[in-house]
Design a binder for this molecule. Structure first.
Ligand code: H2U
Ligand code: ZN
Length: 338
């Protein structure tokens, strides 16, 4: 059987392949569980540049915010007002990139994170994501909402927060997904990710399903605990989500983040972010989804590195998506803990 031996899997969303070396290692959760120092934080940290009332690097003082807070990144990688300009010199090609970067605080509480926030507060973040995407999509073609959780993913501060980078270009990753979803829609007249969900629901790669959402370890996952969170009806962009779908999203996020934290009994680092249809064009083949890319492999400190063959030839994984999905499924919060 092809799946028991080393094989390659096709990523239907990007058109890339991943090498799966099934059977090469033990299941990841049989690895050691190292005792890391407990992550104890005060509700307010006078030294935190995201806490209410504190002063940021640029001298501005944060308001005494009660739920969420958004500000333009003081060290933005993109900024507005850059003149559109293209420069070509033989093979040397460059274009200017106007844009903006914002920081979004999920909560005034320094000691929380999305995994420990109640679903009602996560819902406030969902609304914030939607409002920000709607607002920035007026000026920018691609609005990337994302979060780096944990120092392992480069988060500079444990205060619950995410970022938004918006620019006039369609960056590489969404450009691949745009092409694949567009081609699929043209050929099949249906939405690639919805057809994918139809094939997956009830199957061995599903982590959690609710009325409006599904969380799966995609067949083509590269990172060990990678996950895709997808609405079950056709939704192109996050701001289109109805009230009940937003509540349900908050609930499934709380659920899957709790499962993540149980894998190694430790806050699970990840980069996550939303992919919805690019602004202002016909994108009927697009389906909104969130990617979760956690770096951990065998313990709270042993991470996967993208090196060697992966940099030079093709990305690779040892444990299969099915093994990981089974583990995440069994880590459901019991009714007693909820
Ligand atoms: P990360 O933790 O994901 O790195 O996000 C924090 C962002 O906050 C980071 O991009 C910005 C950094 O540029 N920042 C400010 O805008 N003001 C500050 O006073 C410190 C950090
Ligand atoms: Zn803080």
């Amino acid at each position: 059987m092809v799946m028991d031996a080393p094989h390659r899997r096709f990523n239907a969303l990007t058109g890339e392949w991943v090498l799966v070396s099934a059977g090469r290692t033990n299941r990841p959760w049989q690895g050691s569980t190292e005792a890391l120092p407990p992550d104890e934080r005060p509700q307010h940290d006078p030294a935190c540049y995201l806490c209410p009332g504190n002063t940021r690097a640029n001298g501005e003082t944060n308001p005494d915010y009660a739920d969420t807070f958004v500000f333009t990144n003081d060290f933005a990688a993109l900024r507005p007002g850059v003149e559109p300009e293209v420069q070509v010199d033989g093979l040397l090609r460059a274009e200017s990139q106007p844009g903006t970067c914002r920081v979004i605080c999920y909560s005034p509480r320094h000691d929380l994170d999305m995994a420990s926030m109640p679903p009602a507060d996560i819902r406030t973040v969902v609304d914030l994501w939607a409002d920000q995407i709607e607002d920035l999509s007026r000026d920018y073609r691609w609005v990337q909402v994302f979060e780096n959780r944990g120092a392992a993913m480069g988060a500079s501060n444990p205060h619950p927060h995410g970022q938004i980078w918006a620019g006039t270009a369609l960056p590489g990753e969404p450009a691949k997904e745009d092409r694949r979803q567009r081609e699929y829609y043209t050929t099949h007249g249906s939405v690639l990710l919805l057809d994918y969900l139809d094939q997956e629901l009830g199957g061995e790669r599903v982590v959690a399903v609710s009325e409006h959402w599904a969380a799966v370890v995609p067949f083509w996952a590269v990172w060990p605990f990678e996950m895709l969170v997808v609405p079950r009806r056709h939704v192109e962009r996050l701001p289109e989500l109805a009230d009940n779908e937003r509540d349900d999203l908050a609930a499934i996020l709380a659920d899957v983040l709790d499962r993540y934290d149980r894998v190694f009994d430790h806050p699970f680092p990840y980069s996550m972010g939303w992919h919805g249809a690019p602004a202002a064009a016909d994108h009927r083949g697009w389906q909104l989804h969130a990617h979760f890319y956690p770096p951990l492999l065998r313990s709270a400190t042993v991470r996967k590195h993208m090196v060697g063959y992966e940099l030079l030839a093709e990305v690779q994984r040892d444990v299969t998506a099915e093994q990981v999905a089974a583990r995440l499924r069994e880590l459901a919060r019991s009714a007693a803990d909820a």
